[in-house]
Design a binder for this molecule. Structure first.
Ligand SMILES: Nc1ncnc2c1ncn2[C@@H]1O[C@H](COP(=O)(O)OP(=O)(O)OP(=O)(O)O)[C@@H](O)[C@H]1O
Ligand SMILES: [Mg+2]
Length: 284
């Protein structure tokens, strides 16, 4: 039904919703970029037009992971020298990537002209994409929190290690108490089995329910899978190189699950709204 409405709006040339999903996790190395890239490619394979904003300024960013060269980044959009479509690079399986780079840090102190420019740049993109994924950095910096607050959905990647669980909880707590986020979804990554994955989800959900006012849903498991590491070494996505591997199948299921999440049809579902929320708060 939502898809029908969206298609109707698309053909009528009107503004229509774009799913904005922040992929986060608190702890480093839990699989945020792997989930972002493979979910993005899996959604592309389903016919969705997907853009991945690489909002991590560290070394291991999306373009490096995929062996892509990014001559321009979000900084050039803020300078007004390039449009978003010009800085975008083509990733595997038709995935579009916006290299954030130093532009992400600069979003802290935008002038009103830059603010307006960024909102304009994203609203031009709205007609060309169905889903915007945001791969966030590790930790709970204001940048990470602001992207999560601005997005429609927050996907928290967790694995079954004490540090991952406590960091994910700390992140959800700040998002809920200080940033007004009222719902998050959990991906149990590097899971030994589906039952281990649901047990991990239950553990996090029960602590959140007890101490926070946040709705925590289960997005699904991604098994520990050596094929995923091999794909990364080959600088590709496992959903392309080994679609029927355990993780390849899990990412396809996750993509189908994502498409079942409801999308607000009003202005809060528009891409412009995401950028306005992002720049309003200011990223530090
Ligand atoms: N399901 C999995 N099975 C096997 N290996 C995995 C899985 N998920 C992630 N990895 C491996 O874990 C490592 C870290 O993954 P990734 O870079 O996606 O994490 P990250 O959370 O984005 O890290 P960072 O915090 O540095 O950005 C990579 O080498 C990746 O291949
Ligand atoms: Mg990463």
């Amino acid at each position: 039904m939502f898809e029908d409405q969206a298609a109707g709006l698309r053909s009528a040339g009107q503004q229509r919703p774009v799913r904005t999903i922040a992929i986060t996790g608190g702890k480093g190395g839990v699989g945020k970029t792997s989930v972002s890239v493979n979910l993005g490619v899996a959604l592309s394979k389903m016919g969705e037009r997907v853009c991945l904003l690489d909002a991590d300024m560290s070394m291991a960013n999306v373009d490096v992971l995929l062996g892509l060269r990014a001559p321009f980044n979000l900084s050039h959009v803020l300078d007004g020298t390039h449009g978003l479509k010009e800085v975008m690079i083509e990733g595997p399986g038709g995935l579009k990537i916006i290299p954030g780079s130093s532009g992400v840090r600069r979003m802290a102190n935008l002038s009103s002209v830059e603010n307006a420019g960024l909102i304009q740049a994203f609203s031009e993109l709205a007609d060309d994409i169905d889903v915007l994924l945001i791969d966030t950095a590790a930790g709970i910096s204001d940048s990470v929190l602001s992207f999560c607050r601005a997005a429609m959905e927050v996907l928290v990647v967790v694995c079954d290690e004490p540090a991952s669980i406590t960091d994910a909880y700390a992140l959800i707590k700040v998002l809920n108490r200080e940033y007004g986020v009222s719902k998050v979804r959990i991906v149990a990554n590097m899971a030994q089995s589906p039952s281990h994955a649901t047990a991990l989800f239950d553990k996090i959900a029960s602590v959140c329910e007890r101490f926070l006012d946040v709705q925590v849903s289960y997005a699904g498991p991604v098994p520990f899978d050596p094929s995923l590491r091999v794909a990364i070494q080959q600088q590709t996505a496992v959903v392309l190189s080994k679609p029927f591997s355990p993780s390849g199948k899990a990412f396809s299921l996750l993509a189908r699950e994502v498409m079942r999440w409801p999308v607000p049809m009003g202005p809060s579902g528009y891409l412009q709204f995401f950028v306005e929320r992002l720049v309003q708060s200011g990223i530090r």
